[in-house]
Design a binder for this molecule. Sequence first.
Ligand code: NAI
Length: 258
Amino acid sequence: MSERSRRSRFDGRVVLVTGAAGGIGLATARAFAGEGASVVLADRDRERVFAASEGIRDHGGEATAATVDVTDPDSVGDMVTAAVDAYGGLHIAVNNAGIPSAIGGAFEDIDVDDWRQLIDTNLTGTFLCMRAEVPALRAAGGTAIVNTASIQSLVAAPGMPAYIASKHGVAGLTKAAALDLIASGIRVNAVAPGFIETPMLTPVIADPGIRSSLESTAPIGRIGSPDEVAQAILFLASDAAAYIVGTLLSVDGGLAVL
Ligand code: NAI
């Protein structure tokens, strides 16, 4: 594919990305904008998400921002309306907002409020976004939803059952929605990142011992970058993935095959 056609892969497409104030979401928004899309960046962090969209515009991209709390159906509805109002429709949605859990502690001491917050954000938040996006995608002839799952949608790890349950839920939701929506021409898929250097992982890898342990656990021998996940999201959203439906694409340096 030539540079020219790569750059215009998403020309004329309107893309909504949640959790776009930083990390994987921001890298994804930048990548779509760099390839011709008009991008709506949504996040609960108003200041950072508006600065992020301004940064994209400063580099010649087309972008706007919206605040959203993905756990709130009304807020999610307003986000989709804002996206449609901004650019006249919606063609691609990336549901990426998420929170990590504390690691460790006894299973029987899991706080019910913490459990609910994890499930509400990572799983119910993804569902609420998809539910609100589908009518807008149908109306505009939209073609793809990509969710951010996790290596922890495929395998478990000790000390973080709520996060793992939420991300296994995203995997199931992705497959179920893929079947329900394919007749409408909407392909639903997910990426399953491993260890990626984002604000979510920063406090964990600030400890050099933990950083080197994560690096050596990944068969590729390093932590991944948000841009590497973004490229997988763009692929799943592109026409090159026209026959890919309901899959989880691992972007994990080989972790899932260990
Ligand atoms: P991040 O913390 O930079 O990005 C998450 C974004 O979601 C933040 O900007 C945050 O403000 C936003 N957010 C959280 N709750 C929200 C809510 N209720 N409403 C709206 N926005 C909300 O972290 P990262 O790593 O970029 O995370 C993106 C996704 O990738 C998450 O779903 C995460 O679980 C997933 N992931 C990350 C991995 C990593 O190693 N960094 C590995 C596997 C999955």
